[in-house]
Design a protein around this ligand. Structure first.
Ligand SMILES: Cc1ncc(COP(=O)(O)O)c(C=O)c1O
Length: 377
């Protein structure tokens, strides 16, 4: 077997769309194609304002700038996440405060969130891990009570929902990723979502290098100029053209992922019944997008041996994350000394299996058989 952990599903339609954009010379950002895609995302999610960005990392940075997070502020987030969730805080000179995850969904634990709120806390960043929603009612209730902004890291949550509402639209700001590893991709890309007019007005300036170019493009000013701090957070129309096709194909993308996710889940259920693996949990409030399939084993020795066994057969099985509080930057620079036992145990015992639309069901079944053989079943 030669199976990567992930691969974008690109068709002739994406190729044609990029060629057409190229032929038309639509290569810079915030052009006609980007505006169409922003509109499509608004219709898909119900968010009133959407800005395309070069990455979710950029959207998270924009979120912190838009909320005017700065030195002396604290922002609460899980330690079990990708580095960008924390970097956006650190880059503002603020302090990331890492909290525990729930052992079933691996999403931010609302009770631990509440324990870590201080007079300096300004915002919380829930991460919808694996495209499964966080417990948003609890997180929003605590955040509102303490006057905190909520920025959803929905990098993995595009086309997934919480109680019927699209992820990325429940908090004050939502951040999407269209990276090549994500369900809907343009290689490198992201989006910033908000329904708050005041935040949107600030964000569109930050998005365009601190200028009022967006107002100029709408014909509201006759010359654009520098009006605040900002950066280069615009996506090229060339990539927006690719993204437009991917968004149109999202139902087919999700259907294939769902079939594979369910094949893994049912194939590994006998091992779960024996207690050798723990399968992912999808709470009734979550409609997932089947972004990742992961499970947990009992200890790190077994996890590492299983990854080796799968890789020996050419299966791109992986694990993540090194908890941010225990990473070199977390320990040496941020001085994180706390213990997050659930996060640490999850990081030591998690296995991710390959999941992408062009993986066949037969390949998924062979991978399940290999996992079963490892456990002697
Ligand atoms: C939870 C999370 N946040 C942020 C990011 C960053 O996304 P991007 O690569 O689009 O910057 C990722 C990407 O893997 C992610 O998984």
């Amino acid at each position: 077997m030669r199976i990567p952990s992930t691969r974008p599903w690109l068709s002739e339609a994406e190729l044609q769309a990029v060629m057409a954009a190229l032929r038309a010379g639509q290569v810079t950002g915030n052009g006609e194609i980007s505006h169409r895609v922003q509109q499509a995302l608004q219709e898909m999610t119900g968010a009133r304002h959407v800005l395309l960005t070069p990455s979710c990392t950029a959207a998270l940075e924009m979120a912190m700038m838009t909320l005017e997070i700065g030195p002396g502020d604290e922002v609460i987030l899980p330690s079990f996440t990708f580095v960008s969730t924390a970097n956006c805080v650190v880059l503002r000179g603020a302090r990331p405060v890492f909290v525990e995850i729930q052992p079933d969904t691996l999403n931010l634990d609302p009770l631990d969130l509440e324990h870590h709120i201080t007079s300096r806390t300004r915002a919380v960043i829930p991460v919808h891990y694996a495209g499964v929603a966080c417990d948003m009612d609890a997180i929003l209730e605590i955040s509102r009570r303490h006057g905190l902004a909520v920025v959803e890291d929905a990098a993995q949550g595009v086309d997934a929902a919480y109680k019927g509402r699209p992820l990325g639209t429940l908090g004050d700001i939502g951040c999407y990723s269209f990276h090549g590893t994500k369900n809907i991709t343009c290689g490198e890309g992201g989006a910033f979502l908000t329904s708050n007019a005041e935040l949107a007005a600030r964000a569109e300036i930050i998005h365009e290098k601190g200028t009022n170019r967006a107002a100029f493009l709408r014909g509201q000013v006759d010359k654009y100029t520098w009006v605040s701090a900002g950066s280069s957070y615009v996506l090229s129309d060339l990539l927006a053209a690719l993204l437009e096709v991917q968004l149109a194909r999202r139902a087919a993308i999700k259907a294939r992922r769902k079939a594979l996710w369910e094949a893994y889940h049912s194939g590994l259920t006998p091992l779960a019944r024996e207690g050798v693996v723990t399968l992912p949990v999808v709470p009734s409030y979550a409609e997932p997008n089947y972004h990742l399939f992961y499970f947990r084993v009992t200890d790190q020795g077994r996890r590492d041996a299983l990854l080796d066994a799968l890789r020996d057969e050419g299966v791109g099985a992986t694990f993540h994350y090194i908890p941010l509080h225990s990473s070199p930057f977390g320990r040496k620079t941020l001085g994180c000394e706390q213990m997050l036992p659930i996060t640490e145990q999850v990081s030591r015992t998690l296995v991710r299996l390959p999941l992408y639309p062009e993986l066949s069901l037969a390949e998924a079944e062979r991978i399940v058989a290999r996992v079963q053989a490892f456990f002697g079943v």
